[in-house]
Design a protein around this ligand. Structure first.
Ligand code: PRP
Length: 210
């Protein structure tokens, strides 16, 4: 049985991914008690797991270092790239939104609006589709600060529970799209390890129902 290497996004998606893996008979005891360790081997199905930052999961899969990746659609939309998107895992559900202070009229006035975001590509494409030119300001985190401090007119960001917006006095001005975690597969791996990867994907699909 060919070994399969799986890159998992660290953090919010871990719990849901582990639940899926356990449901299809994978021993996740090491993953669940991992401490600061980043790489694990699983014997029953001959799998190697490693934990990486979301955008790096895509890089590892594109380069074939990982055969399979578990990563949010938000990251996939922002990074593009060459891989097969095989399964919607139905976990890590949230959405891309445009948000700002309640009084903000994002489409009013003549000056180009400033949009702060961790997702410049997603934000640019969203407004470009509407034929609206905006100035994108790339931010690395705590994006909600930008309109409050006057760096931008609005933000494009992900919202899960809505708590961060609410606690900072911001509101959703517009929905962009829904997001959830996806299973992606390296293009060459699907040929070289077809049997193992297809079996794995089928098991996952069987559990998540897609
Ligand atoms: C994300 C996102 C929002 C928050 C939304 O940030 O950028 O700030 O979560 O979640 P909520 O709707 O449940 O409040 P993250 O926690 O990843 O941290 P970051 O801002 O440092 O990137």
């Amino acid at each position: 049985m060919n070994n399969i290497k799986i890159a998992l996004t660290k953090g919010r998606l871990e719990k849901g991914a582990v639940e899926i893996f356990e449901a299809i008979g994978i021993d996740c005891s090491q993953l669940k008690n991992k401490g600061r360790k980043l790489i694990f081997h699983e014997d029953t199905r001959n799998l190697d797991f490693f934990l990486a930052k979301a955008s790096d999961v895509v890089t590892y899969v594109e380069h074939g270092v990982a055969d399979i990746g578990v990563v949010g659609k938000d990251t996939l939309m922002e990074s593009g790239g060459n891989y097969y998107e095989m399964v919607d895992l139905n976990i890590g559900k949230c959405k891309f939104i445009v948000a700002s202070k309640p009084e903000t009229d994002i489409y009013g006035g003549y000056a180009n609006k400033k949009i702060a975001t961790k997702y410049p590509r997603v934000a640019r494409e969203f407004f470009a589709k509407k034929g609206i030119e905006v100035e994108i300001i790339k931010i690395e985190g705590s994006v909600e600060l930008a309109p409050i401090l006057g760096l931008s007119d609005a933000i494009v960001d992900i919202m899960e529970t809505g708590t961060t917006l609410k606690e900072n006095g911001l509101v959703v001005l517009e929905d962009v799209c829904d997001i959830s975690a996806r299973m992606i597969v390296n293009v060459a791996s699907l040929k070289m390890k077809r049997e193992e990867i297809q079996k794995f994907i089928e098991d996952v699909r069987g559990y998540v129902g897609k």
